[in-house]
Design a protein around this ligand. Sequence first.
Ligand code: ATP
Length: 295
Amino acid sequence: MEQIISIKNLNFSYGRNEIIKGLNLSISKGEIIGLIGENGAGKTTLLNILLGLLPSKQNVKVFGGRPGSLLAKQKIGSMLQGDLVLSNVRIEEFLEEVATQYNNSIPLEPILIKLDLVQHRHKFLKELSGGLMRRVTFAQALLSNPELLFLDEPTVGMDAQARHIFWELIEELREQGKTMIITSHYLEEIQQVASRIIFLQKGNFTFQGTLNELQALHKQTTISITAECEQYNFAKLVGVVKVEKSGSQVAIKSIDGDKTLKELLLECPEVSNITVEHETLEKIFLQMTTDKEQR
Ligand SMILES: Nc1ncnc2c1ncn2[C@@H]1O[C@H](COP(=O)(O)OP(=O)(O)OP(=O)(O)O)[C@@H](O)[C@H]1O
């Protein structure tokens, strides 16, 4: 698989403030990376290094060359936080100007239609609401028909409809084989699209892998049932860490959901309305960040 990004032992500091500490990362074509971490973890800093906006040494390669090279600029579309200058330029004029900077730019009209920007095309950038601004920034990132997209908190300020359109487009881009790094604090959105999740904590990657792998590490499962045998001692089932009862409704939390469920069905076969829920990315995130603070 073609390697798009390679980082070996990257360190970065703002003055004496060490932000990134010995990071290693390799990203292949077609991967969708969900880069998550607390405020101030260094996510934007890492994207800025990959864009060549912050300095790095030979240990960072983007498309086989240095970040910020002419080649990389043609192949990357980025949507950073607050990167649109609030000017007296209209949306359409701005996007037409952006398109002239790229060799492979794609027609503007289909992008305006897809992002529901047609009726706004004559608005001035300085008049735009926050959510509309994000949509224009996304349009700008797509215009170069990029192979690689950096999307830094892309849906902040977007309303539900705009977010829906955004994630549908991301799905289309995924099907086209684009590579993406997306940072977001909306973890339920990230977990839908990311092929790999990277957890950045205080300058280190504390996890890299699929959502399934992350869930396996934090493998609490909740089995909810309606039980006629509510007198049964569910706490003695294998793997169970907590049982919550409300009448015949029982929620069993287990660190080995498969075994717990098997034993439950043998011991108490008359259960019904069984649902099995794995930990969400949001819950794992909270667990990981709390664990770290307690150390
Ligand atoms: N230009 C700068 N000069 C000095 N320190 C900076 C600068 N930009 C960012 N920092 C600091 O670097 C750290 C990492 O910031 P960064 O913006 O990369 O974090 P982040 O993970 O993107 O956070 P958020 O989720 O809030 O967007 C923070 O402590 C921040 O205050």
